[in-house]
Design a protein around this ligand. Sequence first.
Ligand code: COA
Length: 674
Amino acid sequence: MTVETRPSHLNPLLNRSARPMPRRIAVVGAGTIGPDIAYYLISSIPDLRLSLVDVVPEALDRATKRLAGYVEKGLAKKKLTEEQARGVRENVVPTLDYGDIADCDWVLEAATENIELKHRIFEQVEAIVSPKALITSNTSSLPASRVFAGLTHKGRATVTHFFAPAFRNPVVEIVHWADGDPETVEYLDWLFAATGKVPLITSDAICFMLDRIFDNWCNEAAYLLDEATAAEVDSTANEFVHAGPFFVLNLARGNPIIVETNTLQMEEGAHYRPAPILRSVDTWTTVGPGKRAPVAPETAARIRDRLLGILLSQSLDVLDRSIGLPSDLDLGCRLALGFKRGPLDLMRRLGDQEVRRILDRLVSERPGMPLPERPLESYQGFLRHVLVDDLDGVKVITLRRPDALNALNDEVTDEVLFVLREHEGDPNVVGFVIVGYGPRAFCAGADIGRFPEVLGDAEAAARYARDCSRLLVHLDAMTKPVVAALNGMALGGGLELAIRCHAIVAQRSAWLQFPEVTLGIAPGIGGMAVPYRRWPQAAETFHDMLRTARKLSAADAHDLGVVVGLAGSYEELMELAVERVRGLGEGAAPTPDGSVDIPPLEEIEAVAANGMPLSRETIGIITEAVQRCAGAPHLAEALDIGYRAFAKTACAEAAREGVAAFLEKRKPDFTKTG
Ligand code: COA
């Protein structure tokens, strides 16, 4: 696969498909991962009937019990609705009989990693299901060209590789292979994204993309046991991962898997040989996630170099062989494998000289391991958090930070700005749409993780707000139209981004909210100034939203004229957004410059719309700022008032409490802060 042979769009939800959501799926294999995949499918695809197939009755019994346990937990944690729970209980049908799967739209094989067994399964499956039914394998290492060699209708088949635990781990690799139809990949890409997963497309290499990293990372850890203990290796590795390789191998009972997959990789060279110790040890004595055992500095340095060496060597090899895209590699390593940073991000931080040193050391100790084929800096020129697609001359910019509900950080802001600047002068580009990745969020705001750095420092806080506004100020001056397409929640800084676009369209399920007051801060990057200037008719609603964090549904925003079009689905939303871009043409800047009359801001109880007590001081600062923003003769001055009001709240005790509470995942207690 190269970038050119990927599905037509990078944002999977732009890939329209003639196929509807499946109604009947069979998962073959009720062992370790099959029931977890089944649980994800049944709880995220409405009206689905799912057959769980195995040849061992006890495996089906165990799987049924496991699913019942998940339902109980899901209900208790409110992660599952009663309706979804009923779906799992009633619509998963355990069966020993392949005859039961004849009418399936999709058969997903999750049996043992044994190619003869898989061939037998697919022979049986293909004899029963329609030639149009999808057939996929959850193999983590065997290329699709081998797994599906015996199929008559190969186009409908591919690998869909899940990561443990499959119902929670968002990543699924989809393999683009020689005999598979591109439509099959495109459909699955759409389906996974529409159901909340993060699909990553890879080529048909042995172990695909992410397990090339993971398996060699673990294998290298095992080789290091000649000079260090498992606890020392994990302890050192914990600088880079949430759980060390031996801890994960224990959890997954993974030693035999590494032996098997690295043996397979030996087709590419003897340097992939599995470490012999993996064959003789069952469980490792090691430290848990985040834990450190004492390690002598020179031992730690040696472990660090080798682990980093293998990580970088494998990552660069993935890119040199076009096995996957760089942004997918970084995202996948973080989301699927638990790395704290993606390998390319790490590489950038280490610097070329250090990377070169580490790689030179690796090949001197582990000859044969791949080295980069290009200058190191050439691996860095890619967009990390936004996807850019073209819909008939309209550039669609998709915010993709699925692990933070597409929240904005400096890098996201700069990337959006870069894309706008790159294309706004191009006469072939009609305009832009900004949308969020996945079905849940347009954007959950500014990255709250950054806030603690500026709390208590008025100068730093005001500078931060001004810096965050660089994209928004650019939008103010743009004449080429930019439309915000709200595919889900638009919160705080995300809403502040949307209101600076020339128009907003939204899915009916979307909602708008300024939750800042619940964090003890003011919406400082335009939220207190722009809405009143653009939609003075909705001023009372904005008063309420800013001071009580009341949510505004897309439909209500439409009634108020804030949202100019409503759509039922993501697909409709994009049609509407593109249509709107075309309708707007090049024209006036989105936000009027002059002052605006607003209704008085009555004194209110310090209580949020959801009943949560709020900080009186924060509400006071917001109230004053809103009034002053409205009276400011020019937008720039109004924005400045907003930055300074943000800084003022950032220096109050309430902000410390509110931000800390969010990061500690608890409710804030503003009664002690005022
Ligand atoms: N900044 C950074 N991370 C954010 C974020 C933000 N603005 N909004 C959500 N996230 C992260 C969460 O920390 C969580 O990460 P984790 O899985 O590593 O813990 C992840 O996104 C998913 O969010 P979570 O809170 O688990 O989802 P939920 O469905 O329980 O709640 C929200 C959804 C939107 C109600 C909740 O995430 C929220 O209140 N976010 C903050 C919104 C906000 O105040 N924005 C204004 C900032 S200017």
